[in-house]
Design a protein around this ligand. Structure first.
Ligand code: OAD
Length: 249
């Protein structure tokens, strides 16, 4: 017979969470892995089978907008069929009891569907579209339910997913909000990100420099691991509910 033992968290980590006045959760694709959504890097990562320069750059979109839309349609269907997992749900529970901001690199909308309300989407959202012409705001809208071909803006130009592609700047107001949140938080949880993509990867460093207690949750080490106060090795869907429940108990 096997006994299932709850993971033990250090006193320092539990105390930091219990005493915190402001918490930031910085999330990457790993938090959605247990919802059945592939991450980007690693053995089964999306960037093994797809070329980022064709599908996630403005140049790739100009070259073949139909192919880019086809890829995003596939991802939208996958996100729609997925459900928030216990990791997303634990963060929503934590926000109900503490001042928590979620800063995510994900475009899948699963944090909001789990009930998180303060969510900053660094890389945009697949559920919105915008006009390919940056000066035109007429196309800014919710994405069509099942966009066919290449949807058009009222001005006639193609609409594109309102996501951040490689080589593009992050939305300034969102990045400013995220930088302000990490500069003033007591605890930062860094969950399911390889911490390789900038400027998102700067945010935990800003939190560390500002004196926050930083906890990483990831099955694998990352370049950030040597710098954090606590590194919890495991899956977000296993670790987060236990950590949140223990910290709130
Ligand atoms: P990556 O694919 O680079 O990293 C995913 C991380 O999640 C890895 O460190 C895994 O070890 C970890 N992971 C896997 N399963 C997990 C689980 N169940 N629980 C917790 N962690 C788990 O994805 P991101 O860091 O999100 O950008 O990638 C950042 C950006 O690169 C993305 O937003 C995307 C991508 O290219 C754009 O498309 C602009």
């Amino acid at each position: 017979m096997h006994e299932t033992r709850a993971p033990r968290f250090s006193d320092a980590t539990l105390q930091a969470l219990r005493r915190s006045e402001q918490i930031v959760a910085l999330t990457g694709s790993g938090i959605s892995a247990e919802s059945g959504i592939p991450t980007f890097r690693g053995e089964d990562g999306l960037w093994k089978g797809y070329r980022a320069e064709e599908l996630a750059t403005a140049e790739g979109f100009r070259r073949d907008p139909g192919r880019v839309w086809e890829w995003y349609r596939w991802r939208m269907r996958m996100f729609r069929q997925a459900n928030p997992n216990p990791g997303h749900q634990a963060l929503a529970r934590l926000e109900a009891r503490a001042a928590l901001t979620v800063v995510t690199q994900n475009i899948d909308g699963l944090h909001q569907r789990a009930g998180s309300r303060r969510v900053l989407e660094l890389h945009g959202s697949v559920w919105r579209v915008k006009c390919l012409r940056p000066a035109c705001r007429r196309g800014d809208a919710e994405a069509p339910d099942d966009p066919q071909g290449v949807p058009s803006c009222a001005c006639g130009a193609p609409l594109r997913p309102d996501v951040v592609w490689f080589g593009e700047a992050l939305p300034g107001d969102v990045l400013d909000g995220a930088a302000a949140a990490v500069s003033s938080c007591d605890v930062a949880l860094v969950i399911g990100t390889s911490a390789l993509v900038y400027p998102a990867a700067m945010l935990p460093v800003i939190a560390l420099d500002a004196g926050a207690y930083v906890i990483e949750l990831n099955p694998e080490p990352t370049p950030l691991t040597p710098r954090v106060h606590d590194s919890l090795r495991g899956r977000a869907g296993d670790l987060l509910p236990k950590l949140v429940d223990e910290a709130l108990s």
